[in-house]
Design a protein around this ligand. Structure first.
Ligand code: XIL
Length: 388
């Protein structure tokens, strides 16, 4: 809502700043966007009654967010905001290998079951993250064993986990972050312990095993850096396309690509290359989910209004770009409120101020980033339908 000084509305503000944000030098974007900026941090957005899931649902797009059992249990105000806005719950850590199978064959599904129940009680879909990754795995998994033993561990972990949640999962990130061109392989694959013990076929094995264990979940390949405007970004996009088309040509059950989208307010993404890339992915017949969206503000000035406006512009620019492609069916943020974000630890501000990368502030108030998400959703075409 406008204040009495400048009379600019939220929508006008977002439009005025649409070309800025990450798309130009941060300093000039800041001075341009702060002129006429009129949002008070506590001002409710126009459509405050609507949660993001409803706004997204009007277009048959899913809005989701990641969180943890411990956070929902500890913080009722966060849990209420989460229930209001989120239509798809992604477990931030509770389904990772180190939690689910800390010892060989000893499974702990309690946090995941709790989250699945919370999702069901609040009319949310539930998502699995992640079956195979090179991080947050126990030291025994896939290391110092033969190829056959590593494959047996991988198969057992996927079979037990995916069958336990079968029927309750919208989608599973089956393989996470398998591309890393820096590792120097011609296929762009990351030299994980799975690759080094089993070979590149570990990816196919993972998807085939997951499909058997849960024939209904959408099976997703998930990775980061796919929007980058750099030669690394080019190689990541090329490696991902090669991986996905190879898997599909071999009849491997892959249904979706997850684009993590951990964005930085000070690093521009390449909209043209991203648009081209997601068109190629859509042409392969895959759905596309934005799976871990947030906007790191560590390099922005401390002033909160300025910071929030730049972060909102990045949300707006990015979502406008990706939602133009109808194959993009879900927008999932990595956290919902600035009170709980991995960036507090992984990308803290240099000045020690709390980071503000998410749609809600630390007291569960909507920020310009939330209005930008709503605007991008309102502006997109309705999807024909969605599965599940
Ligand atoms: C992060 C969590 O948010 C942190 O709490 C944890 O300490 C490390 O992992 N890509 C992914 C996610 O696929 O699983 C990561 O989540 C963030 C980067």
């Amino acid at each position: 809502m406008p204040d009495s000084t400048s009379g600019i509305s939220r929508r006008q503000f977002v439009r005025r700043c649409a070309g800025f944000g990450a798309a130009m030098a941060v300093s000039s974007a800041l001075s341009a966007c702060s002129i006429g900026f009129s949002y008070k941090p506590t001002t409710e957005p126009d459509n405050a009654d609507l949660g993001l899931k409803e706004v997204a649902g009007q277009k048959s797009v899913l809005f989701g967010a990641a969180t943890m059992q411990a956070t929902l249990l500890a913080d009722p105000s966060f849990a209420a905001a989460f229930a209001n806005h989120v239509g798809l719950l992604a477990p931030e850590n509770d389904l990772k290998w180190e939690t689910v199978e800390p010892q060989p064959g000893i499974f702990n599904f309690a946090p995941g079951d709790w989250l699945a129940d919370f999702a069901a009680q609040h009319d949310m879909l539930f998502r699995g993250h992640c079956l195979v990754w090179h991080q947050q795995i126990p030291s025994w998994a896939g290391a110092n064993v033969s190829a056959a033993a590593a494959a047996a561990q991988l198969t057992s972990h996927i079979t037990e986990t995916a069958s336990h949640f079968a029927g309750r999962m919208h989608s599973w990130d089956v393989v996470n972050e398998a591309i890393n061109p820096e590792d120097g392989r011609s296929d762009g694959l990351r030299k994980t312990r799975w690759l080094q013990t089993i070979g590149p076929s570990y990816i196919e094995l993972a998807f085939r095993t997951a499909a058997e264990a849960d024939p209904h979940a959408l099976l997703t390949y998930n990775d980061y850096g796919l929007e980058l405007d750099s030669s690394d970004g080019d190689r990541r996009r090329a490696g991902t396309l090669k991986l996905l088309s190879g898997l599909l040509a071999a009849g491997v059950p892959v249904h979706a690509l997850g684009i993590q989208a951990h964005l930085r307010a000070d690093v521009r993404f390449n909209a043209t290359k991203l648009t081209d890339f997601i068109q190629h992915v859509a042409d392969l017949g895959l759905q596309i989910f934005i799976t871990e969206l947030d906007v790191a503000d560590r390099a922005l000035p401390a002033d909160i209004q300025t910071r929030d406006s730049v972060v909102a512009n990045v949300y707006q620019d990015f979502l406008q770009t990706v939602l133009a492609q109808p194959a993009v069916k879900a927008i999932i943020t990595w956290g919902l409120s600035d009170r709980y974000t991995w960036l507090s630890q992984y990308a803290p501000r240099f000045d020690g101020q709390p980071v503000r990368p998410l749609p809600l502030d630390a007291s569960m108030k909507a920020k310009p980033a939330l209005w930008a998400v709503m605007d991008a959703l309102n502006a997109t075409e309705a999807r024909a339908s969605r599965r599940i």
